[in-house]
Design a binder for this molecule. Structure first.
Ligand SMILES: Cc1cc2nc3c(=O)[nH]c(=O)nc-3n(C[C@H](O)[C@H](O)[C@H](O)COP(=O)(O)OP(=O)(O)OC[C@H]3O[C@@H](n4cnc5c(N)ncnc54)[C@H](O)[C@@H]3O)c2cc1C
Length: 471
């Protein structure tokens, strides 16, 4: 269905139905996204404080066929929260919905509103001696509603799963304006279709998440963090297996780092301290945690010593204190920023089975070399099969002069990913940027079900138009 513009008459009626101050002009930063690739449009910014206010806005937009873009922290990387649409939609930000509604220590759950910043959820958990394990570089600005809508991943998926796995219940406003009150803290509830899991990862295309009940965990009492130089990605994957064998269930992060990324870091962010004097071609940052006092460091050291003897690990550093641990993590977390300064021809957030990682990296390098003289920075959450595979021009050249190559580079990478049973979007979602890729690589029956679900729940197509489903 064709959407209608948010006319002045409509906006006056909407304003009259809401408390003062909910609607306002749209400051420019709401219409940008982190990569500065797209600029959006919006008729007005709505910042409701309650689920009832969200329901009023959605219900009126539904009656008048006006599109809505849900917005949380604005850090999404696939243009789900920013769109240049005609007619301009309403931008609905959950940023004022910031209450921690409940913490149930015995049930190990926290119930928060969608606008709570991820770091504040972590702090609220910490204050009751619990851990909320979702952790990613944007955690100081992304909000839990956005994390749920994108099913965000991050650096601890290996141990705790992605956002979907951390969510037990949801409250949401669906496109007809009704409120789905599903804030359950149950770990077992087999009562029909799993609507929570339908809304998680739906990127605002099926409704607006307003609150969630999330899982909490025992806070690690012991943490051991190491940087290990490995001879190859195959050695990294083997090392992961060894460490999982010896420290079963305790590995929380296992991040692959590539020499190209370290070179970028040295050039673009020279203040970031690099752990090894000679920059390695491949290394891993790994972390094991335990709530029990399991003599982690001794066990980790002994496992790494065996890995050195077996030739899997060439050199290793174990963080001796919190500052050193932070320095290790700073290296990993600064790499995306250094990448951004260098500027890629094309970047890919992909996943492949962990067993396929070494072959994928080898074949990928050969296939990209056939396209030209490029640098590849392949790094990421190897412990869960999620690689960030970014392709850059040769030193001294600029990606700006190579935009015509983006499509062929992307198709080459996604083709290889598809061939080894992987995904073209591991953790960032589909948004508007990857809609064509979903149509190209998605299973036809899956695509048909997605379209049917969208048509059933949002027949007028008001909710985040053009995200996941073409409009
Ligand atoms: C430096 C950096 C590092 C990052 N690292 C990671 C990473 O490690 N792992 C990872 O998975 N992602 C990562 N991201 C991507 C991004 O942080 C995540 O996708 C995050 O979950 C988005 O949350 P947000 O609050 O910023 O959402 P937004 O950007 O505001 O929105 C994202 C999407 O969710 C929809 N949405 C927002 N709020 C709601 C709501 N309440 N209800 C329904 N739909 C809603 C929007 O319409 C949009 O489609 C990174 C981004 C940056 C900039």
């Amino acid at each position: 269905m064709t959407l209608s513009p948010a006319t002045p008459e409509f906006l006056n009626t909407l304003e009259a139905a809401l408390p003062a101050g909910v609607l306002s002009e749209v400051p420019a930063h709401y219409l940008k996204e982190p990569r500065d690739l797209h600029h959006g449009t919006a008729a007005i910014l709505a910042r409701p404080r309650t689920v009832e206010e969200v329901a009023t806005i959605v219900s009126m937009c539904n009656q008048h066929n006006v599109g809505i873009i849900p917005y949380a922290g604005g850090t999404g990387l696939v243009s789900g929260q920013v769109a240049n649409l005609d007619p301009a939609p309403i931008l609905l930000s959950v940023e004022r919905m910031t209450a921690v509604r409940d913490i149930d220590i015995a049930n190990n759950t926290i119930t928060v509103e969608a606008g709570v910043i991820l770091e504040d959820v972590q702090t609220a958990a910490d204050q009751v001696d619990r851990l909320f394990p979702l952790s990613l570089a944007a955690q100081g600005s992304c909000r839990i509603g956005g994390n749920l809508a994108t099913n965000a991943g991050g650096v601890q998926v290996l141990r705790y799963g992605n956002t979907r796995d951390l969510c037990l219940g949801l409250e949401a406003v669906i496109p007809d304006g009704s409120i789905y009150r599903g804030l359950s803290g149950l770990r077992k509830d087999n009562t029909g279709y799993d609507l929570r899991n339908l809304l998680v990862g739906s990127e605002g295309s099926l409704g607006i998440i307003t609150a969630a009940t999330l899982k909490l965990y025992a806070k690690p009492k012991e943490v051991a963090t190491a940087m290990a130089v490995v001879s190859s990605p195959a050695a990294a994957v083997e090392l992961l297996g060894e460490i999982q064998d010896k420290l079963d269930g305790l590995v929380s992060s296992f991040e692959l780092i590539n020499g190209v990324g370290l070179d970028f870091l040295a050039a673009e962010m020279p203040d970031v301290r690099q752990p090894f004097v000679e920059r390695p071609t491949w290394m891993v940052l790994l972390e094991v945690t335990s709530g029990l006092g399991a003599e982690l460091e001794t066990r980790l050291m002994s496992t790494l010593e065996t890995a050195i003897e077996n030739g899997l690990v060439l050199d290793v550093l174990i963080a001796q204190n919190i500052q050193q641990r932070q320095e290790f993590w700073q290296v990993r977390e600064s790499i995306p920023l250094a990448n951004k300064s260098v500027g890629s021809i094309s970047s890919h957030d992909i996943s492949v089975p962990i067993s396929a990682i070494p072959a994928f990296i080898k074949t990928g390098a050969k296939a990209i070399a056939k396209l030209g003289d490029f640098r590849i920075n392949c790094f990421g959450h190897v412990g869960d099969g999620n690689l960030h595979y970014n392709v850059y021009p040769a030193l001294g050249q600029s990606a700006r002069d190579m935009t015509n190559l983006r499509a062929v580079v992307k198709d080459t990478v996604y083709g290889l990913v598809h061939d080894c049973g992987g995904s073209f979007s591991a953790e960032h979602g589909v948004g508007r940027d990857k809609l064509g890729d979903l149509e190209k690589y998605g299973d036809p029956a899956k695509l048909a079900m997605i379209r049917s679900i969208k048509a059933a729940l949002d027949p007028k197509g008001i909710m985040n138009p053009g995200v996941i489903v073409r409009q």
